[in-house]
Design a protein around this ligand. Structure first.
Ligand code: C2E
Ligand code: CA
Ligand code: CA
Length: 621
């Protein structure tokens, strides 16, 4: 090497041939090789003599850095290849100057169309401005910014996610674009499940109520009215129970379809659950067109449902609440429409009802009664009253009917006509019913002893009490405990019990008959007054409803009906009791008609046990 250097220098001096700068490997004095970048300079100094410099730069550090850089480059290239994302490098103006795509075929545009061009030139304007916005944000915040956008490609709508990082020192932005169309589809399916009912594809409760809230905001802004309709299929439960869930499902699907056909484009039909639907009508005027659409909805159910070769008739009950008249919040409107729907059911179904403030008062009262009823037995708020039944032929008391009274500190006296249906609904009638039977039998035992007479005690039983499997055992044990023979107990039931048509009711009635308990058909004349029930079950007594007795002295129709009922009952071997006897004329007429027993204010109002005992002492004198 030394020789080569000497030769090179001589050649330069003599023949003016420069030594080129080059990388050389020299030997360090420590014996190791060093890689250097060697430069030689020859110049003439101020003393006119030639001077020669040799500058060797140690390349060790540079070599190391270079090696590292190539590794990074390779790594990056490998990453580019294996990731399906699209990479861009663009300047602060959004001009793309570099890109990488693992599969060029998948590109939205050929590279020619975007390289060296600003985004705004090849992207739809809304997406270009979205990019611009986020580029600015990335530059200001100096963090990675990500956002999503949708492109309409020939293959359909595709969704992308862009991530932008700012390389400030290079004034460049690295952008990575990822296709998230699949992810979007899955998310959409999940969203659909969360917001739509799977069976009918209608918006579910959640979405329907959310839409309602939005529509209410809009209605408020535009100063418009919105109607909320609460729809419930009549007797759907019966169909579902008798024909099966598959038929039930088909009915619900078909119902959803029919409802959707009736409403306008801008209205919403949703399924609240079970056989309950909601219809939201926007921009209605004073309830007028709400009524038209409501009638159309009812009419949509006029044609029978044809399901599996069967023709089924189904009807709807609809409750209507109007924004802002009947509430401003979606929950209030829904609740009020629900209340109105109950009113429609009470009106006989297959009809509609507009919400009124009175329904609200009724509801509030109902809730208060329900609340107070809990624990009322324990607080001794119930008392059983007794109303005697009279046999006119020998002018004697044959027994009494037990009638419940409730005195509550907060609500005062509540009539059984009000609280019994609520107790039925909540199931509290079961413990309350037990209380009445026990009290009445206790009293009966005392009464019988005091007068040495086999009085009969009539106790009312509600339909709900038959659902209790222990009914028979309970009655039997109560009779045993009070030491009363079964034929001194009479259980009064209404036709409502029999119409449920469940076998457990037949079994219970059969069991009671076998036990020797008397069965009495209460309120005869008010329901279907079906003779077949009287033949089918072993009734002992028939009670003619008060409303007919009240009419007999004025009204020929009532008189002939009562007359016919008495002779029919007698021909079936039943004893007849007339309820609600209030006047001397009624007593005279009923005696003439051969009615067996009478009960009513004319003889005595229902009273406490001790008063009945006093009354029966004087009466039997
Ligand atoms: P119900 O079984 O038809 O009872 C007869 C009702 O007529 C009683 O009303 C009685 O006080 C009333 N009444 C009796 N005579 C006359 C009269 O001459 N004129 C008038 N205007 N009314 C008369 P109450 O006690 O208010 O009971 C109403 C209903 O509540 C009863 O009708 C019965 O369905 C039900 N109820 C009462 N206590 C019980 C009970 O312990 N259990 C069950 N499940 N229901 C009961
Ligand atoms: Ca009764
Ligand atoms: Ca009655």
């Amino acid at each position: 090497m030394q020789d080569a250097v000497v030769a090179g220098v001589s050649n330069w001096l003599e023949n003016n041939v420069e030594i080129p700068a080059a990388e050389l490997t020299l030997r360090h004095k420590n014996g190791k090789d060093v890689c250097v970048f060697s430069n030689h300079v020859l110049f003439t100094n101020t003393y006119k003599s030639k001077q020669f410099y040799c500058i060797d730069v140690d390349l060790a550090e540079i070599k190391k850095t270079q090696a590292k850089l190539t590794l990074n480059e390779h790594m990056l290239a490998a990453a580019f290849e294996s990731i399906p994302d699209l990479f861009f490098l663009m300047n602060e103006e959004g001009v793309i100057n570099h890109y990488h795509a693992s599969d060029e075929k998948n590109l939205y545009l050929s590279p020619k169309k975007f390289i060296g061009k600003p985004l705004a030139e090849f992207l739809p304007s809304d997406i270009a401005s979205k990019f611009r916005e986020n580029i600015n944000k990335a530059m200001v915040e100096r963090t990675m910014i990500s956002f999503e956008y949708e492109l309409n490609l020939p293959s359909g709508a595709s969704f992308f996610e862009a991530r932008i990082s700012y390389l400030a020192e290079y004034k460049q932005l690295v952008t990575i674009i990822r296709d998230i169309t699949e992810q979007h589809k899955t998310a959409k399916i999940i969203r659909h499940h969360a917001y739509y009912d799977t069976l009918t594809s209608l918006p579910n409760r959640f979405l329907a109520l959310d839409r309602l809230s939005q529509l209410l905001n809009e209605a408020q802004r535009k100063n418009e009215k919105t109607a909320v309709l609460f729809l419930d299929l009549d007797d759907f439960k019966k169909v579902n129970d008798t024909l099966g869930h598959e038929v039930g499902d088909k009915i619900l699907k078909e119902s959803a379809h029919r409802l959707n056909q009736v409403v306008r484009k801008e209205d919403t039909v949703g399924r609240l659950g079970g056989d309950e639907f909601i219809v939201i009508l926007r921009g209605i005027s004073e309830g007028g067109n709400a009524l038209t659409i409501t009638k159309n909805l009812l009419n949509a159910f006029r044609d029978p449902f044809k399901i599996d070769g069967r023709e089924l008739i189904l009807t709807l009950s609809i409750g209507i609440a109007i924004y802002p008249d009947n509430g401003t919040e979606s929950t209030d409107l829904l609740r009020n429409a629900d209340l109105a729907m109950y009113q429609a059911k009470a009106l006989g179904r297959n009809t509609y009802s507009f919400f009124t403030q009175k329904m609200n008062t009724t509801m509030i009262r109902r809730l208060a009664v329900e609340e107070q009823m809990h624990g009322a037995i324990e607080r001794n708020e119930f008392e059983v009253y007794y109303q005697p039944q009279i046999d006119l032929r020998n002018n004697s008391i044959i027994g009494a009917e037990a009638l419940l009274r409730w005195k509550n500190p907060a609500l005062g006296n509540i009539t059984p006509d009000e609280f019994i249906p609520i107790a039925e609904h909540t199931g509290l009638i079961v413990p309350i019913g037990h209380f009445v039977v026990k009290e009445a039998l206790d009293f009966l035992s005392q009464w019988q002893k005091s007068q040495q007479t086999n009085y009969i005690m009539a106790v009312n039983l509600s339909p709900r009490q038959f659902r209790e499997t222990e009914l028979l055992n309970f009655v039997k044990n109560s009779l045993d405990e009070a030491n009363i023979t079964a034929n001194c107990l009479e259980l009064e039931i209404t036709e409502g019990v029999l119409m449920v048509g469940q076998s457990y009711i037949d079994d219970a009635l059969q069991g009671l008959t076998e036990m020797g308990v008397n069965l009495s058909m209460d309120d005869f004349g008010t329901g279907y007054s079906s003779l077949s029930y009287l033949r089918q079950y072993e009734f002992d007594v028939l009670k003619i409803d008060r409303s007919f007795i009240q009419g007999i002295t004025e009204n020929k129709a009532d008189l002939s009906l009562v007359k016919a009922t008495i002779s029919m009952a007698h021909s079936l071997g039943l004893t007849v009791v007339a309820e609600g006897v209030e006047t001397k004329e009624q007593v005279a007429l009923l005696t003439e008609l051969n009615c067996d027993y009478l009960q009513g204010y004319y003889f005595s109002k229902p009273s406490q046990g001790k008063e009945l005992i006093a009354y029966s002492l004087t009466y039997n004198l």
